[in-house]
Design a protein around this ligand. Structure first.
Ligand code: CTP
Ligand code: MG
Length: 268
């Protein structure tokens, strides 16, 4: 079973508005992203939104007929805090479905605890669980690429979509170039990022989330700008999967003309 966490709780400070609700060829960006995940093999999806938008999003999910596969939860102050909130939602959902992968209140062969939920050993024939994390701001991800990352994560435990860096990369200090960083080993990390449930929970725990009964209390010592870095920090292996199409993250106003053009071309 593959659960998804769609992070859509950002404030869009660089672009100047909550871009997750931007309409692309007639459909809001979060919904494009959600449908790409569901088409690519995600079975159940937690959509993480700002507290103030939760009630409205529940209605939108119903209107889009996504309520059988999607739930709405409230996000946190940072992207990674929103992922932790999404994890809380995913664990509650798994527990409610009676999977052997998690237990509420302990017992069994607990690998790691997250709030009140005890995650059991990662491999259960027929009941293993993976979690796919994706940015609502990446609506153009190819369904085939979602499928590919899930497939590699099922084989290796963790996988991330990305692409090799194409620019020459400089380290710069006070506007002066310090050095040119060899590019051969450098990749841009994108989403989706897919993990064995117990590995992602271990990564979140090590970053300070899920210690109490609520996941948003975590004392995060450093900034995690993606999910794979949670696993890297505790030395779990993550495989990089090359994206086959543009997987634009809509970030600034400059991205809008291209995003609008691409949306019309793909879906218009
Ligand atoms: N995100 C989130 N919760 C946060 C911050 C970000 O769920 N507290 C989500 C965003 O909604 C987005 C994804 O994480 O789908 C990637 O973040 P980014 O592109 O940085 O979006 P914003 O944080 O909204 O934009 P900005 O950084 O410009 O404010
Ligand atoms: Mg941000």
């Amino acid at each position: 079973m593959v659960y998804g966490i769609l992070v859509a709780a950002g404030s869009g400070s660089r672009i100047g508005f909550r871009k997750q609700y931007a309409v692309l060829a007639g459909v809001e960006m979060w919904e494009r992203s959600a449908r790409a995940l569901l088409a690519g093999g995600v079975d159940r999806l937690c959509i993480v939104v700002p507290e103030a938008d939760r009630a409205e999003m529940i209605e939108k999910v119903k209107t889009a007929s996504l309520h059988h596969t999607c739930r709405v939860v409230t996000g946190g102050d940072s992207r990674i805090a929103s992922v932790a909130q999404g994890m809380e939602g995913v664990l509650a959902w798994i527990a409610a479905e009676g999977s052997a992968a998690v237990r509420v209140g302990g017992g069994g062969r607990t690998v790691v605890r997250f709030g009140d939920v005890h995650v059991q050993e990662g491999t259960f024939p027929g009941e293993a669980v993976w979690v796919a994390v994706h940015d609502a701001a990446r609506p153009f991800v190819a369904v085939a690429d979602v499928q590919a990352v899930i497939e590699v994560a099922k084989r290796d435990g963790a996988a991330v979509l990305g692409k090799p860096c194409v620019d020459t990369i400089k380290r710069v200090q006070n506007q002066k170039i310090v050095e040119t960083v060899p590019r051969e080993m450098l990749w841009n990390a994108q989403t989706p990022q897919v993990f064995r449930l117990d590995w992602l929970v271990r990564g979140l725990r090590a970053a300070g989330f899920g210690e109490a009964s609520r996941s948003d209390r975590g004392p995060v010592g450093r900034t995690f700008t993606d999910d794979a870095s949670l696993l890297e920090a505790i030395h779990l292996p993550v495989t990089m999967v090359a994206a086959t199409t543009v997987n634009l993250k809509v970030t600034t106003q400059d991205d809008l003309p291209f995003a609008t053009w691409l949306a019309e071309r793909l879906w218009g």
